[in-house]
Design a protein around this ligand. Structure first.
Ligand SMILES: Cc1cc2nc3c(=O)[nH]c(=O)nc-3n(C[C@H](O)[C@H](O)[C@H](O)COP(=O)(O)OP(=O)(O)OC[C@H]3O[C@@H](n4cnc5c(N)ncnc54)[C@H](O)[C@@H]3O)c2cc1C
Length: 423
C-alpha cells in the first residue's frame, strides 16, 4: 500500500486561501491588537465570517463513522480535522491571538460535537453555519480552585422543575465576551450536579447568550494572544431548559451519575480535548513556522550561512542551532497531523492528541525563545514581531491541559493507570 505525504488538493486550496487572509488581514494589524488589548478585530472578523460559515472548522471534533455506525452520528467529512489543523496553522502564522478571535463554534461547538445528541447538535450548531452575523461559541470549565484538577469544580447545576439552575464563577474563558456579549452565541459550562461525586457528577450545560443570570464579569490582561478575549463569567440563579444538558436529556440523580458505567459527564470533556488538542498544537506550530521563516531571513541578511547539506561537525553553531529548531518544528507537525488523521479515520487518538500538544507547546516555547536569543537586541525589540510571538507561544503549553497534565494523561494510558492511581 502506498504511503502518501502530499497534501490533498482540497486541503491545499483552502490552506492557501487562509494564508492570503493571514498575510493581508492579520499580519498588518498584528502589532495594533497586541498593543490595544480588548480592541476587537472587526475588519478581520467580518471579512472572514462568510468564509468560516462554509468551512469544515465548524466540524471540529467530528470524524468518519466506523462501518456499521449509524443513528446518532452526524454526516462527517473524512478530512475535516486534517483541514482544520492546516487552516489553524496558516491563520496562526498570521497572528495566533487574532485567530482565536475568529468567529465560529470554537471550544463550545467542539464540546457539543463531542458530547451532544443529534438533536442538540442540530439545535445548537446550526447558528455557526446559518447566522448572517458573526457568532462565537466558548467553553467554561476553569474556576479559581479548579484548573488542572477539574474534579474540584464548584459551579452547581440544580434541577428545579423543567429547568436547571446554575450558580458559580468561571474564569479564563476564551472568547467569552465575543460569544456572550458581541453575538448570539453560546457557552458550554461544566458544572456539578453533586459536589461530593467528583468527576462522576460533572455535566456540561449549554447556556445561550442573553440568558438572564449570566454575566461577563471581567476581561483578563495577558502576556500574549492579547487580541483574544479571556473572560470571567458569573452565573447567579441562571435558569436554562432541562434539554440543555449535553449528552442526554435524561435527568439523572447524583447517585446514578456516580455509579460505574452510569451517565458519562467527565468523559464527554475528554472527548472534546481529543479534538481540540491537535488544534492547539497546530496554532503553536503556525507561530513557530512564522518565527523560523523570519529568523532564517534575518540570519541570512546578517551574513550568516545556513547550510543543511554539510556534515554536522562542519556546521557553525548558528547552523546547528537553526537545524535543531527546524527538526523540533517538523517532528511536532508530523505528530499533530497523525492525531488529526486518526480522528478523521474515526480511531481513538487520546494519546496522540496529548503527545502532539506536549511536543508542539514545548517546541513553540523553545523555538520562539531561542529565536529572540539568536537575533540579539533585534529579537528583543518591538521592531520585529518575534518578541510578540515568544509571548504568544507560551499559552499553547498551558490551556487545554498544561504540558505536565498531558504528560500524566499519556503515562496513564501507556501504563494502564487510572487518574486516582497516577496523579
Ligand atoms: C489565555 C487563557 C485562555 C484560557 N481559555 C480557557 C477556556 O476557554 N476555557 C477553560 O475552561 N479554561 C481556559 N483556560 C484555563 C486553562 O485551561 C488553565 O489555566 C489550565 O488548565 C491550568 O490550570 P491553572 O491555571 O489553574 O493551573 P494549576 O492547575 O493551578 O497548575 C499550576 C501548575 O502546576 C502544574 N500541575 C498541576 N497539577 C499537576 C500535577 N498533578 N502534576 C504535575 N504538575 C501539575 C501545572 O501543570 C501548572 O504548571 C485558559 C487559560 C488561559 C491562560
Amino acid at each position: 500500500m502506498a504511503i502518501e505525504f502530499n497534501l490533498p488538493e482540497a486541503i491545499a486550496t483552502q490552506q492557501s486561501a487562509a494564508l492570503m487572509v493571514a498575510e493581508h488581514m492579520m499580519r498588518p494589524v498584528s502589532r495594533h491588537f497586541d498593543e490595544h488589548e480588548h480592541d476587537i478585530p472587526w475588519d478581520f472578523i467580518n471579512g472572514l465570517w462568510p468564509v468560516m460559515r462554509a468551512n469544515p472548522m465548524f466540524g471540529a471534533g467530528e470524524s468518519k463513522p466506523k462501518n456499521g455506525d449509524s443513528g446518532d452520528k452526524p454526516k462527517r467529512t473524512p478530512i475535516g480535522n486534517m483541514t482544520m489543523i492546516h487552516l489553524i496553522e496558516a491563520l496562526s502564522w498570521g497572528d495566533a491571538g487574532i485567530y482565536l478571535a475568529a468567529p465560529g463554534g470554537g471550544l463550545g461547538a467542539a464540546a457539543i460535537a463531542a458530547a451532544g445528541t443529534t438533536e442538540q447538535k442540530q439545535r445548537f450548531l446550526a447558528r455557526f453555519r446559518e447566522s448572517e452575523k458573526p457568532v462565537w461559541g466558548s467553553m467554561a470549565m476553569t474556576e479559581s480552585q479548579a484548573g488542572s484538577d477539574t474534579s474540584a469544580i464548584r459551579t452547581t447545576a440544580v434541577r428545579a422543575g423543567d429547568e436547571w439552575v446554575l450558580n458559580g464563577e468561571k474564569i479564563y474563558c476564551t472568547a467569552g465576551r465575543l460569544s456572550l456579549e458581541e453575538s448570539a452565541g453560546l457557552v458550554v459550562v461544566w458544572a456539578t450536579i453533586d459536589p461530593k461525586a467528583g468527576r462522576a457528577g460533572m455535566r456540561a450545560f449549554v447556556v445561550e447568550a442573553g440568558t438572564p443570570g449570566m454575566k461577563v464579569a471581567k476581561l483578563e490582561h495577558k502576556l500574549g494572544i492579547r487580541a483574544s478575549d479571556t473572560a470571567a463569567i458569573v452565573f447567579t440563579d441562571c435558569r436554562i431548559p432541562l434539554s440543555n444538558v449535553l449528552g442526554s436529556t435524561e435527568v439523572v440523580t447524583a447517585e446514578q451519575a456516580a455509579q460505574p458505567g452510569g451517565p458519562k459527564g467527565f468523559q464527554g470533556a475528554m472527548k472534546t480535548f481529543d479534538a481540540t488538542r491537535p488544534a492547539v498544537a497546530a496554532s503553536a506550530l503556525g507561530i513557530t513556522r512564522a518565527t523560523l521563516e523570519l529568523l532564517h531571513a534575518k540570519l541570512l541578511e546578517a551574513g550568516y550561512e545556513l547550510r543543511s547539506d554539510v556534515p554536522y561537525h562542519d556546521m557553525s553553531a548558528v547552523e546547528r542551532d537553526f537545524l535543531d529548531l527546524e527538526a523540533q518544528h517538523r517532528a511536532a507537525w508530523l505528530l499533530t497531523q497523525k492525531a488529526a488523521w486518526l480522528m478523521d479515520m474515526g480511531e481513538p487518538n487520546t494519546v496522540e492528541a496529548s503527545v502532539c500538544k506536549v511536543k508542539a507547546g514545548e517546541a513553540a516555547t523553545l523555538i520562539t525563545q531561542k529565536a529572540v536569543e539568536m537575533l540579539g537586541p533585534l529579537g528583543y525589540s518591538r521592531e520585529l514581531l518575534i518578541e510578540k510571538w515568544m509571548r504568544d507561544a507560551k499559552i499553547n503549553d498551558i490551556f487545554e491541559g498544561t504540558g505536565q497534565i498531558n504528560r500524566l494523561i499519556i503515562a496513564r494510558r501507556i501504563l494502564g493507570f487510572s487518574s486516582r492511581e497516577l496523579k
